[in-house]
Design a protein around this ligand. Structure first.
Ligand SMILES: Nc1ncnc2c1ncn2[C@@H]1O[C@H](COP(=O)(O)OP(=O)(O)OP(=O)(O)O)[C@@H](O)[C@H]1O
Length: 461
């Protein structure tokens, strides 16, 4: 169970600008995730959809930023998107790593930097305000994880099994450990088994155990993972990797609550919780014949999904800070590194982030730097296996929103009409084009030619 000493919380506080907002509705705003050289998780509400930020602003609370100008930037939410305008600041405002021109509204997508502070737009600040981001038993828990753990706690108290679905490296084992420590079997053992790493020929022996003489070379009785987990929790990672015959035997053990070791004549009673994890959809695995349907019904429910790291950016600064304290205490995080980590998608999730931080720490040691900076991060880190990302400041990935246009300028009323149609149609180009009575290709062309914001849309082309 967590103790006060183990718990280190970036308790979300609310910027003064947010007082009095409607509690029933979604609360769009900014999450301040880094400031004063430290990870933080402060919800910054907008007042009537807008907020001016700068040194001394009440929204920055106690951790002010000396590198911010007194009137630094203006942030606005138009109902769908966030826009940021630099108000002529000394040190500039950066959106997704690129400096924005002064006095021109730019769409704020993943991360905004002002001075040494980082802000991430959020469509709803309430989860962050309610839970903050905390470290419990060395595990970083943001709002998504906290919500999930409530369900884990129910499963642990009232059931015997849990299935965790999520991409590789998202922290499924950590959730499995929480399932164990929240269950009545917390005093018993927690045995983690990676089924993908068990050679097929050894699976039965390792899972169910073997008596002396069961096979040539079996000189002593050997417990299986199931016996070892008796009274506690067995965590089976990538359970679909088990051979179908082994799956059948596992099902029998779970149903009869007794295990027969190889070569044994008498079954041994066992009592355990079982937690499985997979980065594949178990139903699809049943459909394709890789997982027995009857085993699915025994271990696949209840199930929960751990979102990928790119959907929980509020955890990234604290993950980096915690890992840095482990790896190189005394070394600091430079804002440029955290900013870049917030920009990248991290397909390998927390595992990849932690490993790449280690590499960056080594690079900073080689360079004799007291802080880990973006120049220490490898260009391909967290970017998947596509083309490596170059340094963001010089080469923003997205085309500039206000592209210089050689076309005849769009009349102001026409621009307003288009923007309005897009807004009213939730950013859907096809629907907006229909409302404007033009073809969607023509609308797209107008958006591109006149540097109007292209909405994110999943509509087919
Ligand atoms: N929220 C977190 N806080 C701290 N460390 C974390 C967190 N989530 C994951 N990690 C670390 O990231 C690494 C990968 O986590 P874990 O093994 O739990 O992922 P997984 O989802 O089980 O991955 P796989 O499916 O590949 O086994 C581990 O070193 C773990 O300690």
């Amino acid at each position: 169970m967590e103790t006060e000493q183990e718990r280190s919380t970036l308790r979300a506080s609310r910027g003064a600008a947010g007082a009095g907002a409607d509690d029933g509705a979604r609360v769009p705003g900014l999450m301040r995730l880094f400031g004063g050289g430290k990870a933080m998780a402060v919800a910054v509400r907008l007042k009537e959809g807008a907020l001016e930020l700068g040194r001394g602003a009440a929204a920055l609370g106690e951790v002010q930023d000396a590198k911010m100008s007194r009137r630094h930037a203006h942030v606005r939410f138009d109902g769908q998107r966030f826009w940021v305008t630099d108000l002529g600041s000394q040190n500039g405002t950066f959106v997704d790593g690129a400096a924005i021109p002064k006095e021109t509204a730019q769409e704020a997508r993943r991360v905004v930097r002002m001075g040494d502070s980082l802000f991430v737009p959020s469509m709803d600040l309430r989860p962050l305000e309610a839970h903050g981001v905390e470290i419990v038993e060395d595990f970083v828990r943001g709002p998504a994880m906290r919500g999930l753990l409530t369900r884990v706690s129910h499963a642990a108290s009232f059931g015997h099994s849990l299935h965790i679905h999520g991409e590789s490296g998202t922290g499924k084992e950590g959730v499995a450990r929480a399932f164990h420590s929240l269950s009545p079997r917390q005093g018993g053992p927690f045995i983690a088994v990676n089924c993908a790493a068990i050679p097929e020929s050894l699976a039965e022996r390792l899972l169910f155990g073997a008596r002396r003489g069961a096979y040539s070379g079996a000189d002593v009785d050997a417990q299986g993972y199931l016996q070892s987990a008796d009274g506690g929790t067995l965590f089976l990672d990538e359970v679909v990797e088990l051979d179908l015959a082994v799956q059948a035997k596992l099902l029998r053990v779970l149903e009869n609550r007794e295990v027969l070791a190889l070569g044994a004549s008498k079954a041994q009673r066992i009592d355990l919780h079982i937690c499985c994890a997979s980065n594949k959809d178990l139903r699809a695995q049943v459909a394709s014949g890789r997982l027995r349907e009857d085993l699915y019904f025994r271990i696949g429910r209840p199930d929960l999904t751990l979102p990928p790291l790119r959907q929980r950016p509020e955890e990234i600064p604290l993950l980096l800070e915690r890992e840095l304290q482990h790896k190189s205490p005394g070394r600091g995080l430079h804002v440029s590194l955290v900013e870049e980590c917030l920009r990248r998608p991290w397909p390998g999730n927390v595992r990849e982030l932690m490993n790449e931080l280690c590499v960056a720490v080594q690079a900073s040691q080689v360079h004799g730097s007291s802080r880990v900076e973006v120049c220490h991060l490898s260009p391909g880190a967290g970017a998947g296996f596509g083309p490596a990302l170059s340094q963001p400041a010089e080469a923003p990935r997205a085309p500039p929103r206000k592209a210089p246009s050689k076309a005849k300028p769009l009349p102001a009323d026409e621009r307003t009409r288009i923007e309005q149609a897009l807004r009213q149609n939730g950013g859907n180009v096809t629907a907006a084009a229909r409302a404007l009575d033009i073809h969607r290709t023509q609308l797209r062309r107008l958006l591109e030619r006149h540097g109007l914001a292209l909405p994110d849309s999943d509509e087919p082309e």
